[in-house]
Design a protein around this ligand. Sequence first.
Ligand SMILES: Cc1cc2nc3c(=O)[nH]c(=O)nc-3n(C[C@H](O)[C@H](O)[C@H](O)COP(=O)(O)O)c2cc1C
Length: 203
Amino acid sequence: MEPFVLAVTGASAQPIAERALELLLTKGKTVDLILSKGAIEVWNSEIGIKIPVHPDKQENFWRERFGVNSGTLKCHKWNDNSSRLASGSYRTKGMIIVPCTMGTIGKISSGISANLIERCADVHLKEKRPLIIAPRETPWNLVHLNNIKLLMQSGATIVPLIPAWYTQPQTINDLIDFLILKLFESFNESIVDAKRWEGPIYG
Ligand SMILES: Cc1cc2nc3c(=O)[nH]c(=O)nc-3n(C[C@H](O)[C@H](O)[C@H](O)COP(=O)(O)O)c2cc1C
């Protein structure tokens, strides 16, 4: 089974990345996971937990946190540019970067493959494989907008982390699951049972 590459950078909204990983593993998918150094720092700020950097320890951390044995998980260190993910010859279903900082967006759009996330995104663009980028920043400046435009022109799909209210969400988890539905839409993979727009609901 070809893997999903899930990359997490140091933008606010780490619970969305966590939920995506939990759902992928629960559904028995194969996942290559890369957390940037910034993601590990923001996790500590937002959730108050230090995620282990070492790939084996990190795999155990996620397994224990979710209590899920299904799926296949391989963690990669952000600066391991000798990883299989750095090469186009390693086949994948595609890559999702959630949440994605404006810093990482800027580096991918400039072709600066300084870390494994940037290199892997560059590989997905050159191999014309799905690259889904979920920016988390507000407001945007013109540099952000121009970088995003160039990434779209280069083949990336941009899925801003903007929730919808038409599904009448009751909890933050409802909002998160709706965003995950949108993130995976272009894979034709249903990993989450979130509500879709099915016409107006009259009370
Ligand atoms: C608590 C916290 C929240 C942050 N939130 C964002 C954000 O939402 N969007 C963003 O572009 N940068 C955000 N940053 C800044 C990035 O983490 C920083 O630019 C970092 O160098 C990005 O590196 P990375 O893209 O390799 O993870 C945040 C930083 C901290 C400490």
